[in-house]
Design a protein around this ligand. Structure first.
Ligand code: MTE
Length: 317
């Protein structure tokens, strides 16, 4: 399936329609879902989650063609999150991430590159923004379809001119325990860290997201900018990034350090490689009751399988 890649198509909506059009159909769908659940006598818990208020629209976003799968609602995407800096409950980010200050914000890019430096969020928002409608599959067994707004990570990295020694890219989230109370607890080694191999980082599907549904990225989802790598489990998609380091060796990452036998560096979605606590065969799309089969590389095998040719995916999980 090629779903997820932006292609210029005559039937794609013109740019000017994007920003205010972002919440297309959403309300109707939400109501329909609620009505169906009422008839069935049970409401899927996340359909009731209030989510967070709408953020301001982003200008000039190039809209994606209509996706073959229906995106989850704003309420679901912003109201059911993993952002342990604000607590371990799925609703905690919607409740508490309002404390996060996203201005001023800048990202340091350093390490194996010719022009190390810092880039401010205002400049980041001037990259050509496009909508990318991707599946997100969490290692816990739930999934969503999310209309991100962002741009390829490659465009940012190129500005800093990585040298041939840069074989991996390491990312770090903001560390501010005063505003991120989860960071006062010691169950993870803060700040949250993630990493990619360079060919994964510059792959056209890998984006830095700055928005959602044509609007500014909400805080529970990792404002003001987060990584999105759609063929990997969601924990790779690190939120609220402040530092990017180009490095020679595979960098340590938060979850693989915390539980190396459970979480690998690669974390490619793979129904054939079970997690010790969760079979990865099936997943539950948030808002649906029935489980559906999980797809290899989360359905993006056509685009990314070649990156792992010859690698034993059980060993490099
Ligand atoms: N990034 C940071 N900094 N802290 C986190 O706790 N959780 C990860 C990932 N990025 C996390 C993070 C996990 S486990 C998932 S599944 C996704 O974010 C969830 O993204 P979402 O809440 O926007 O759906």
């Amino acid at each position: 399936m090629t779903f997820g890649i932006r292609r210029s198509r005559p039937w794609a909506l013109p740019e000017r329609e994007v920003t205010d059009e972002g919440l297309w159909n959403e309300r109707r769908r939400f109501l329909r879902l609620g009505a169906a659940a009422a008839v069935a006598g049970l409401a899927p818990p996340v359909a009731r989650a209030a989510g967070v208020p709408r953020t301001p629209p982003l200008a000039g976003v190039r809209r994606a063609p209509p996706p073959p799968e229906r995106p989850n609602t704003w309420e679901q995407i912003t109201g059911y999150c993993n952002f342990y800096e604000f607590g371990t409950g799925k609703r905690d980010p919607a409740r508490y991430a309002g404390r996060l200050r996203t201005r001023p914000w800048s990202v340091v890019v350093e390490g194996e590159c010719e022009r190390p430096g810092e880039v401010g969020i205002e400049e980041i928002l001037r990259f050509p923004l496009e909508e990318r409608i991707y599946r997100l599959r969490c290692v816990e067994g739930w999934s969503m379809v999310i209309p991100w707004v962002g741009f390829p990570l490659r465009l940012l990295l190129e500005r800093f001119k990585p040298t041939s020694a840069a074989r991996y890219v390491a990312f770090e989230t903001l560390h501010e325990p005063d505003r991120m109370p989860g960071q006062r607890r010691t169950f993870l080694d803060w700040p949250y860290r993630e990493g990619l191999r360079m060919d994964e980082a510059v792959h056209p599907l890998t984006i830095l997201a700055v928005g959602l549904y044509g609007r500014v990225l909400p805080k529970p989802n990792g404002a003001p900018l987060r990584l999105v790598v759609p063929w990997k489990y969601g924990f790779k998609s690190i939120k609220s990034i402040v530092r990017i380091r180009l490095v020679r060796e595979q960098p340590p990452t938060t979850w693989s350090q915390a539980a190396p036998h459970e979480y690998g560096f690669y974390a490619n979605v793979n129904p054939d490689v079970p997690h010790p606590r969760w079979s990865q065969r099936y997943e539950r799309r948030i808002g649906e009751l029935r489980r559906r089969p999980t797809l290899l590389f989360n359905g993006y095998a056509e685009q990314v399988a070649h990156l792992y040719a010859g690698m034993d995916l059980r060993r490099y999980f």
